[in-house]
Design a protein around this ligand. Structure first.
Ligand SMILES: Cc1ncc(COP(=O)(O)O)c(C=O)c1O
Length: 471
């Protein structure tokens, strides 16, 4: 990430009167089409129809040579293979293991699920998280990265967020390790890669497992490596807002194929059937699995495959658009979380957040600068679609803070004495930092004129910071 520049509030548009002070709004172009997501074309429709017309809308069946038992649907297996190739992971021919099935392809490092939440739960199960195990997590993430831990009997331990990457702060993670710590779940929030080298080094030193929640970061790179290939396992949500949309879906990825088979035990009993052919001990669980059903619908897989074919191009367009605007906003003193140009770490723009650190603007305002919410109101008056980050801080949520101890009940840990309590006033840096963020559209299809109108809106408002209405 580039360092935030020093504040230079003057700009081409700074002499213009902001709309909140009686001027004309800067943003007049249509934003609906510019921000429409997902982008559905005839290719998606054809993919869904192709599967729908087969009538096979659940799992598939093994060839009669293998007993005709249920097995994953070919559309789902095809998605896993395409995702594996895209990630640079292995695709194998079953014929290498069972010669009579030559030509049947599978991806041993990828497991599709009915959503990202299920993929996280399956991954935690496979990492061996059990009763009383502590898992270090961010408070700034979607609840799925954290509440799933409770259903393994685990105890989420919140650590501070690093304001350079908006992901876990490695130094704070280090301080929270205890003899009970078993794993770290790190979210690459909004598509910005976390400090994985530091986190992996800490994890390695304490024998911890690392799950990357890459649900916002399809295609992001960290020091030349794909996000999602660095931790012990990773999860990509394919929920419809995501960079790879489907009709609900999730992908679990692991460097070790055994972790994938462990995860399949929890939610995908039909995957255990083919293991008979190679004499795998888990085949004995095929009749029951471990009590959940997490398999992906073939219709979702069809949408995801059609979307994957266009994902890189669409992600590149978002990046180009958000970078174009970021370059103007950085000049105003906003932190935009851009990746360094030509570096081997490259974020993606699932969501586009910028940071307004009011303390940096005291001098230019000649007094107390406007609060983030005042700035947001002034930008909204200009026609900008701007809001606070949409995820609430998890450590402050009733499921953790209410005296009834909901989280302990969910984790079935009420009998334990030395459990942590969750204090909404904990994580002061994260709480303060979260209040400095503003969410903008991620402009998947925006034209340059719209981006330039947004830039002018910011320039007008920042050129008149001291005059903005307060409160
Ligand atoms: C960071 C993060 N993790 C996990 C999930 C869960 O994914 P899903 O909605 O597919 O269950 C989401 C989805 O919104 C998410 O944003």
């Amino acid at each position: 990430m580039t360092a935030a520049p020093t504040v230079t509030p003057g700009s081409a548009a700074s002499h213009l009167v902001p709309a909140c002070l009686g001027g004309t709004p800067a943003v007049t172009l249509d934003q609906k089409e510019a921000n429409r997501w997902p982008i559905i074309t005839a290719d998606d429709e054809a993919a869904v129809l192709r599967v729908l017309r087969t009538g096979e809308l659940s799992s598939g069946h093994l060839p009669s040579a293998m007993g005709g038992y249920p097995c994953p649907h070919t559309e789902v297996l095809a998605l896993e293979c395409e995702w594996a190739r895209w990630m640079g992971l292995a695709v194998m021919d079953v014929g290498d293991l069972v010669p009579s099935l030559a030509g049947f392809k599978f991806a041993p490092n990828v497991l599709s699920c009915n959503n990202g939440t299920a993929a996280i739960l399956a991954g935690l199960h496979a990492m061996g998280i059990g009763p009383g195990d502590e898992v270090i997590v961010p408070s700034t993430t979607w609840w799925s990265s954290v509440l799933t831990i409770l259903h393994c009997g685990g105890v989420p331990v919140f650590a501070e967020t690093d304001m350079e990457t908006l992901a876990l702060d490695p130094e704070d993670v280090r301080k929270r390790i205890t003899p009970k710590t078993k794993a770290i779940v790190v979210t690459h929030l909004f598509g910005i890669p976390a400090k994985m080298d530091e986190l992996m080094e800490i994890a390695g030193g304490h024998g911890l497992k690392v799950m990357e929640d890459a649900s916002h970061a399809h295609g992001a790179m960290y020091k030349g490596r794909r996000i999602g290939t660095i931790g012990h396992c990773s999860v990509f949500s394919l929920q419809v807002n995501k960079l790879l949309p489907s009709a609900e879906g999730g992908l679990l990825v692991a460097n070790d194929p055994d972790l994938i088979i462990d995860a399949a035990r929890l939610g995908q009993y039909e995957r255990l059937v083919p293991l008979k052919a190679i004499g795998h001990p888990y085949a004995r669980f095929a009749a029951t699995g471990f009590g959940f059903k997490f398999r992906m619908s073939p219709l979702s897989a069809a949408v995801a495959r059609a979307q994957l074919a266009k994902m890189d191009e669409r992600t590149a367009r978002r990046t180009r658009n958000c970078v174009r605007l970021s370059q103007r906003l950085e000049k105003l003193g906003l932190q935009t979380f851009m990746s360094a140009p030509d570096g081997d770490t490259q974020r993606v723009y699932f969501e586009f957040l910028v940071r307004y650190d009011a303390s940096k603007f005291a001098a230019v305002c000649g007094g107390t600068p406007p609060a983030t919410k005042d700035l947001a109101k002034a930008l909204a008056a200009e026609g900008c679609d701007v809001s606070a980050p949409r995820y609430p801080l998890l450590h402050q949520q009733p499921v953790f803070t209410e005296s009834e101890g909901h989280w302990k009940k969910l984790a079935r840990l009420e009998h334990l004495k030395d459990l942590p309590t969750y204090d909404p006033a904990a994580l002061p840096r994260t709480t303060a930092g979260n209040g400095t963020l503003l969410k903008l559209p991620s402009f998947p299809s925006a034209i340059d004129e719209l981006l330039d109108q947004y830039a002018v809106a910011f320039e007008k408002v920042f050129g008149n910071l001291s005059k903005l209405p307060r409160g």
